[in-house]
Structures are given as structure tokens and as C-alpha cells.
Design a protein. Structure first.
Length: 77
């Protein structure tokens, strides 16, 4: 079986960016290939943000309220 997946390296382990259907403890042979410079390393985060409902906070008022979302400061009027 051959499967291609995208993963991020956290300094110790490779973390898949999507679900992988493999048995726990399976031995794998990996071929590591760095993405081209045109790749978007934050694409998984962008997909997550796009999947959230529009009423779930930061998506409705963007960076205007960043101090509130990051530090708990009161929302600006």
C-alpha cells in the first residue's frame, strides 16, 4: 500500500496534517520531500479557519479585536 500525506515536523516527530488510516504501531518506510518554495505552510490553518462558522468570534471582527482574543482585554467599541 502506498499513501501520500503532508506532515509537519515539530522537532521530534512528524505530525500529519490530516487523518491517516493506518494501524497503530505500523512500521512505515518514509520518503521525505520538502515542499517547493511556492508551498503555503499555513494552508492547514487557513482550511481550519475557513471551516469554522462565521459566528464563532474572530471571524466576525477580524484583527480589530485582536487584544480581546489574544489577551482577554475588553472589546473595543
Amino acid at each position: 500500500m502506498t499513501t501520500t500525506l503532508t506532515a509537519m515536523y515539530d522537532g521530534r516527530a512528524l505530525i500529519p496534517t490530516e487523518a491517516v488510516d493506518l494501524p497503530k504501531g505500523a512500521m512505515l518506510r518514509l520518503r521525505v520531500e520538502m515542499p517547493s518554495s511556492g508551498a503555503r505552510p499555513l494552508e492547514p490553518l487557513a482550511k481550519l479557519v475557513q471551516s469554522l462558522p462565521a459566528s464563532s468570534g474572530p471571524l466576525t471582527d477580524g484583527a480589530a479585536q485582536h487584544d480581546h482574543y489574544l489577551y482577554g482585554a475588553p472589546k473595543k467599541p
